[in-house]
Write a protein that binds this ligand. Structure first.
Ligand code: SAH
Ligand code: F3S
Length: 485
């Protein structure tokens, strides 16, 4: 029932995707599967890079793997159940090939630590999100049937000098991670526990990675962080220690707005996206930067979780309904054609029918372009789990979620219909899944557009006339190569 509408960004829907690089003869083979958020997919590229240097090439064929890694998600209970099922499927593989090693990475590794080895006997290795540089050592420890664990969270690690191996991508769009961890402590969220304190990556290494991708033919990058607007470079270390930095470091600190403009100027032909923005940390500086640079996409993913100020307070979101609406109004003012998407949680503890109606009425006000909607899943050790009873019956959570999804579907259709008759620049990402004769790509607003391929190809920016739509996709007709991105 947890549904993310459309196929707009890579997310939980990209469950269990295996990725392949550089199949060298001989050598050891790594099979890596990623679950959950974009950050995990990005991290798997760092892991592949680290293990590549240790002699592992990746394979998409699990049968020939020497090492199987699952990069896991803990955000909701269902995400963890999916991974557990996958681990049990490895039973047969290991029966046929006892020397096969199985490792768990990511948030589930961090949340469960060595307990995971107790509960999932097939697992040989557990490595948390800040321990990937240690993977060659950990893998080395596995000889002779030993097990290895490293779940130490770091205050500095940003993997900034590791050049990610681009896995299974389309060669057109890529992720660049800019922050790690999160300090927001939303009461429902496990991320601050699994990914540790928030820290930002050196902006120069981000610009260099963008330039490198541009030189290799990439046309779009997404700057990734749990809370990108909170990005702050003052020489490294946890963000909460900013006040301890020297006067000089504080005076020359790089904010997210500044970082965005640095990247936009370094690669003017590249489209730039970012995710995720948190309402309480998003300031007008960033909105003006988006408006000022043509190559920064007019799209903001702005999770709100609830339309009720009472629930927002219990969620420790740091803003109320009115402040969120004021931010939406400023976005519409400063960036008139900006698409906005949401994340919502239905059935948070104590949520009443009235609170739920406030969520629906907020949606009516904003009319989001699309959204990612979930029912509440209690996560161990979070503030909500410790202080509040998970008191909304599952059936009721699901009913509310269905209403929220239905409303979003109406609004997505409405927003898509507003595009019909207009022209838009589409970055082509590949051939449409439904027909070889058509291409698909995205607009700056992140709308998926499908059109007849003619001579166009992946990586082209094409001016397209929008001729029709449904709630998930726009249909169009190519006009000519676009002059802008
Ligand atoms: N800032 C992060 C948020 C990660 S979690 C980001 O980069 O997107 C993604 C979404 O999952 C959240 O916005 C929230 O809507 C949902 N979520 C998080 N914890 C949840 C929980 N315990 N139950 C249900 N949904 C949850
Ligand atoms: Fe989670 Fe809130 Fe951070 S949703 S990732 S604690 S901004």
């Amino acid at each position: 029932m947890n549904t993310r509408l459309g196929e707009k960004i890579m997310d939980e829907n990209r469950q269990g995707e295996a990725t392949v690089i550089d199949e060298r003869e001989g050598g050891k083979k790594l099979y890596i599967e990623s679950y959950g958020c974009q950050m995990n997919f990005s991290d798997s590229e760092i892991v592949a890079s680290i293990l590549n240097k240790d002699g592992y090439s990746t394979t998409g064929n699990i049968e020939e793997a020497d090492l199987v890694l699952l990069n896991t998600c803990s955000i909701r209970d269902k995400a963890e159940q999916t991974v557990r099922k996958r681990i049990s499927q490895f039973n047969k593989l290991k029966a046929d090939k006892p020397e096969l090693k199985i490792g768990v990475l990511g948030c589930m590794a961090e949340r469960m630590k060595a307990n995971l080895l107790e509960e999932e006997k097939l697992v040989d290795l557990v490595a948390g999100p800040d321990a990937y540089r240690d993977l060659p050592n950990l893998v080395g420890e596995l000889d002779g049937g030993r097990k290895a664990v490293n779940v130490i969270l770091s205050k500095e690690e940003t993997y900034d000098n590791i050049e990610p191996v681009r896995l299974g991508g389309n060669g057109i769009t890529a992720f660049i991670s800019i922050t790690r961890g999160c300090d927001n402590m939303c009461s429902f969220c496990v991320v601050p526990f699994t990914r540790g304190r928030e820290r930002s990556r050196n902006p120069q290494t981000i610009v260099d990675e963008a330039l490198d991708l541009w030189n290799r033919g990439y046309k779009e990058i997404t700057l990734l962080g749990q809370n990108v607007d909170s990005y702050l470079w003052f020489g490294g270390g946890p963000k909460k220690d900013f006040h301890k930095a020297s006067d000089m470091a504080q005076a020359t600190a790089v904010s997210f707005g500044k970082l965005l403009s640095m990247v936009a100027e370094a690669v003017p032909g590249m489209r730039i996206r970012f995710a995720t923005s948190n309402p309480q940390d998003m300031h007008d500086e960033v909105l003006h930067v988006i408006a000022n640079y043509q190559n920064i996409c007019n799209y903001i993913h702005l999770p709100v979780q609830s339309g009720s100020s009472r629930v927002l307070k219990l969620m420790n979101r740091g803003h109320n309904r009115e402040e969120y609406i004021a931010l939406i109004d400023r976005i519409r003012n400063i960036i008139p054609d900006c698409a906005i998407s949401q994340d919502m949680i239905c059935g948070f503890p104590t949520e009443t029918e009235e609170d739920h109606q406030e969520t629906l009425s907020l949606m009516d006000y904003v009319k989001y372009d699309y959204g990612y909607m979930f029912y509440y899943s209690e996560r161990p050790n979070t503030m909500a789990a410790r202080k509040m009873e998970d008191d909304i019956p599952l059936e009721e959570k699901k009913r509310r979620l269905t209403e929220v999804i239905d409303k979003q579907r109406e609004h997505s259709l409405l927003r898509n219909e507003e595009n019909v008759g207009k022209e838009a620049v589409v970055l082509v990402e590949g051939v449409s899944k439904k027909s070889d004769a058509q291409l698909f790509g995205r607009t700056s607003q992140n709308n998926v557009v499908v059109f007849d391929r003619a001579d166009y190809k992946a990586g082209d920016f094409v001016l397209v006339k929008i001729t029709g739509c449904n709630s998930a996709t726009l249909q169009g007709e190519a006009i000519e190569y676009a002059k802008t991105v």
